[in-house]
Unconditional design. Structure first.
Length: 305
């Protein structure tokens, strides 16, 4: 809608769209990194040689399948029976065989994509000897994802567009982009096979949105508020998710698709009666401050209020 339905236009604009209310402060359309990590993990879960696998992620360095994560986990348990001596001591069966509810947990997705997982894969590769080369593709992917997980969970403020963490994020994105370009350049395979060798189009687009959008957000913040900072770990969509949750709790119940009129009355109730962040009832954290809204005009002028 903001970029005329063009992915390339969104990327070229660094996901910054015009702001009708404040033209000098563009709106940045950025995907929540927490959701991005879950999407990446879910794409890997679907990748494999089995009958039920819908993808077979293939980088020029090698295949990337969820079975590699399972075998690395099992090897860690066999080689290090004591929990305190395991390489990735946080991993549990829930990480490797999550049900639908467990797939929604942000921390579980990050645990299988972070630097500890990368360290486990490198140790497993060394233990496998000559056969360890099959893990090259997965290790390269973890080298990229571990950077993103670490930087988007970093509590240290970013005060400059020259911050090294932004450069590392861009380098990680470059790895995924080069993977996509390499697969799309293959002429001897069909479009269906190309899609199966890559993560979903939505995941690849959201990755660009998270990395480029966050960099654009830092740039805009430094332009409009010089000398201030942004903390990556506090950038999330919790407030938006909380409003959707309140819409269901207050007004619509099991109605997943309220129409415009239903949503309008629900949002009026939320503005007047509810906090933006409600950790006791919704899937949002404490990282976002409550939002205060003041209405200049009556919500329902016909009632003279």
């Amino acid at each position: 809608m903001h970029f005329d339905g063009s992915d390339s236009a969104a990327v070229s604009a660094s996901f910054a769209a015009p702001n009708a209310c404040l033209p000098h402060r563009p709106l940045v359309m950025m995907m929540d990194p927490k959701h991005l990590f879950k999407k990446i993990r879910n794409n890997i879960i679907k990748s494999g040689f089995g009958r039920n696998s819908t993808r077979l992620l293939a980088h020029q360095a090698g295949f990337i399948t969820w079975d590699m994560w399972v075998k690395a986990y099992q090897w860690d348990h066999a080689a290090n029976p004591s929990e305190v001596s395991r390489i990735h001591h946080v991993l549990t069966d829930e990480h490797l065989w999550p049900n639908n509810g467990q797939k929604m947990r942000n921390r579980q997705a990050e645990d299988v994509l972070d630097k500890e997982m990368l360290h486990l894969f490198k140790a497993y590769e060394k233990a496998e000897g000559r056969n360890g080369g099959v893990l090259n593709g997965a290790i390269q992917l973890l080298e990229a994802t571990s950077i993103l997980v670490a930087n988007f969970n970093d509590c240290r403020p970013i005060t400059s567009i020259e911050d090294d963490r932004l450069k590392r994020n861009a380098k990680a994105l470059e790895w995924f982009t080069s993977w996509e370009d390499q697969v799309m350049a293959e002429k001897h395979i069909t479009a269906v096979i190309k899609r199966k060798k890559l993560m979903s189009h939505e995941t690849r687009f959201d990755m660009k949105s998270s990395v480029l959008g966050f960099e654009c957000l830092v740039r805009q913040k430094q332009k409009t508020h010089p000398g201030t900072s942004i903390t990556a770990s506090r950038v999330n969509s919790d407030s938006v998710e909380n409003i959707f949750c309140q819409q269901r709790a207050i007004a619509h119940g099991a109605n997943d698709n309220p129409n415009y009129k239903q949503f309008m009355y629900g949002i009026n109730t939320i503005i007047l009666t509810a906090d933006t962040v409600n950790v006791s009832r919704c899937n949002s954290g404490k990282a976002v401050e409550p939002f205060a809204c003041r209405m200049r005009k009556a919500i329902n002028p016909r009632k003279g209020r």
